[in-house]
Ligand binder design. Structure first.
Ligand SMILES: [Zn+2]
Length: 260
């Protein structure tokens, strides 16, 4: 299971790569554009797990800096459909090329993972959260005797869960300075709110459905205080000094190391 690319990880100073991922979660275009702008300014690559079709997401799908993955909602009442196949088909209709997936609310089951791999062309699943874990590496999950499998890549940080754990909003507080792969899961709305607790988000949500809120609905945000946005900017500042990767790019490198 160590399976990694020893040569490559050594070149990263003995610790694994840091990968930025975002669960779009129906954020309006102005929020998506704000986050994309911050990533572009830092020149940092990222994987965006999409929940809906929008002009902003369609534009980002054409940018080499970004990978668009799928973020299907399997919870009851999903706007994506009622059955797993219907839900995948909806996302596929919008993003025909996505090969990475993280399910909304991390819903999962073995049959669901098998449908992803065998029927819907998903190669990488990112639906496992292992908060503050060290020594995490990707692993391969076999899902049929015919050779279908998924690479699973757990994330060690997720902003809303970090708030619930009441951890400090620093690299050390998120334990991103320990060995292993560091896949980070941010939600755009928490970045723009610089959420340190979930209270500010709950207040924001009460103004209406997230997709309908405008910049004028934002409460005053002090970006200098510790929170999701300040940690996101710290991570981008660190990554801007090195080569960054989308999930699929880094997994391709990992696979080539396994074969080499
Ligand atoms: Zn989600």
């Amino acid at each position: 299971m160590s399976g990694g690319n020893a040569k490559d990880e050594a070149s990263e100073g003995g610790s694994g790569p840091v990968l930025v991922t975002l669960d779009i979660d129906w954020a309006p275009d102005w929020i998506i554009e704000d986050i994309a702008e911050r990533l572009s300014r830092a020149g940092v690559r990222a994987t965006l797990f999409a929940t809906h079709d929008s002009p902003a997401m369609r534009a980002l799908a054409k940018e080499p800096l970004f990978e668009i993955g799928l973020h299907p909602n399997f919870l009851p009442g999903s706007s994506h459909g009622t059955t797993p196949d219907e839900i995948f088909a909806t996302l596929r209709g919008w993003y025909p090329d996505g090969t990475a997936c993280r399910t909304h609310s991390l819903v999962m089951s073995e049959p669901l993972l098998a449908r992803m791999a065998c029927e819907f062309g998903i190669e990488i699943d990112c639906s496992v959260h292992l908060p503050r874990a060290s020594h995490v590496t990707p692993h391969e999950l076999h899902l049929s005797e015919q050779g279908d499998s998924l690479i699973r890549l757990p994330h060690v940080f997720q902003d809303n869960m970090h708030a619930m754990a009441r951890r400090p909003w620093t690299v050390a507080g998120a334990e991103l300075d320990t060995p292993g792969w560091k896949v980070l899961n941010f939600h755009p709305v928490h970045i723009v709110l610089n959420s340190a607790t979930l209270a500010v988000y709950e207040t924001f949500k009460r103004r209406g459905p997230l997709s309908s809120l405008t910049r004028d609905d934002l409460p005053p945000v002090d970006a200098s205080l510790p929170g999701t946005g300040s940690l996101f900017d710290t991570v981008l500042a660190n990554l801007s000094k090195q080569r960054s990767f989308t999930v699929s790019e880094r997994i391709a490198l990992w696979k080539s190391g396994r074969q080499g």
